[in-house]
Design a protein around this ligand. Structure first.
Ligand code: ZN
Length: 341
């Protein structure tokens, strides 16, 4: 799946620096086998189940769930059967996915659009990765970062602090409570659509409402047929930041807005670079998840029992009791579809 249809050039493959320090809402920490499962769901998965109602029970697949949990605990997608045959190669640190367009997989899939007049940097929690991004950028160009484009807002956990010298920070307006640090706010916010013209590139930002967080945006590179989706698409279970104004309904709508754009290549907030169809598959899995919760609510299953009755393995989102998916997303989703806590 990784790099399907793309010519991914490894520009730098120095020693792997390891995973960045995770945060509780950083989706890569759960890292299940992602898109392959999603590509088949939900339509393809439905016939395997006798009926949608049975799908939420999931007793017959309890073993699969445990196995998937183990796989996730051991490192998830990187621990596949293929890894047994060949020694692991150092993961690439820079992927070129288009002329002047680069993804940094170990910096939260931060994306660089390099032009003759400066660099636009797209991502989330960019301050956390700042030193590493600067090191990698220096291997590509002497140009400085002109814009830092943040894909979403986690309210008090916003991370706009310490922008690169001379750069301007942009982010979607909204996102719940203001950051704890007054300086940790974007320099420029946008409410709907915004185009930046940098060198010969146009970069389009689109506010797609609150879904994963309280304010989500996607960033399009129309001359490269690519969109950065932030955490609206990842290789892990969906984390819905209800405290900042996120919701499943908003997330699905945001993905519909994303899918209305023209593009071929999708940079997710975590995991391998994807194609447009993968965003559709992620959306469909999210709809299936919400439908299953709705069925449990309609049957009167209490919130504390709902997770036990829920089947998510076929969606590629195993139920880890310690993960945010189980502790925060699913209880919040139950309340969302039930009409309140
Ligand atoms: Zn996020």
């Amino acid at each position: 799946m990784q790099g399907r249809g793309l010519a991914l050039a490894v520009l730098a493959a120095a020693a792997w620096i390891g995973e960045p320090a995770g945060r509780q809402n950083t989706p890569r920490q759960d890292a299940p086998p992602p898109v392959e499962a999603g590509a088949a769901a939900p339509q393809d998965a439905a016939p395997q189940d006798a009926a949608p109602q049975d799908a939420v029970e999931g007793d017959e697949t309890a073993g699969d769930t445990a196995a998937a949990d183990d796989a996730a605990a051991e490192g998830g997608a990187t621990e596949g059967a293929d890894a047994e045959d060949a020694p692991p190669e150092p993961p690439p640190e820079i992927l070129e996915i288009g002329d002047g367009l680069y993804v940094l997989p170990y910096c939260g899939n931060a994306t660089l659009r390099v032009t003759a007049d400066g660099v636009a940097l797209v991502g989330d929690r960019l301050a956390q990765y700042r030193a590493e991004i600067a090191r990698l950028l220096a291997t590509l160009t002497d140009q400085r970062i002109a814009y830092e484009l943040h894909t979403h807002r986690h309210g008090a956990d916003d991370d706009f602090a310490a922008a690169a010298p001379g750069s301007r920070r942009l982010g979607p307006v909204g996102g719940g409570a203001p950051p704890r640090e007054p300086a940790a706010t974007p320099d420029i916010v946008f409410t709907s659509r915004l185009s930046l013209f940098l060198g010969d590139a146009e970069i389009r930002l689109r506010h797609v409402g609150g879904g994963h967080s309280g304010a989500d945006a996607v960033v399009a590179f129309p001359d490269r047929g690519t969109v950065h989706a932030g955490h609206l698409v990842t290789d892990g279970p969906p984390f819905i930041d209800y405290a900042s104004g996120g919701s499943a309904g908003g997330w699905i709508q945001a993905l519909d807005d994303l899918l209305a754009l023209e593009f071929d290549t999708l940079v997710p907030g975590a995991g391998p670079v994807l194609e447009k169809g993968d965003a559709q598959a992620f959306r469909d899995r999210l709809v299936t998840l919400r439908t299953r919760i709705e069925q449990l609510v309609r049957r009167g299953v209490a919130k504390e029992d709902a997770v036990r009755r829920l089947e998510t393995t076929d969606l590629g989102w195993p139920l880890d009791p310690a993960g945010d998916f189980v502790r925060e997303t699913l209880p919040g989703l139950y309340d969302e579809v039930a009409g309140g806590p």
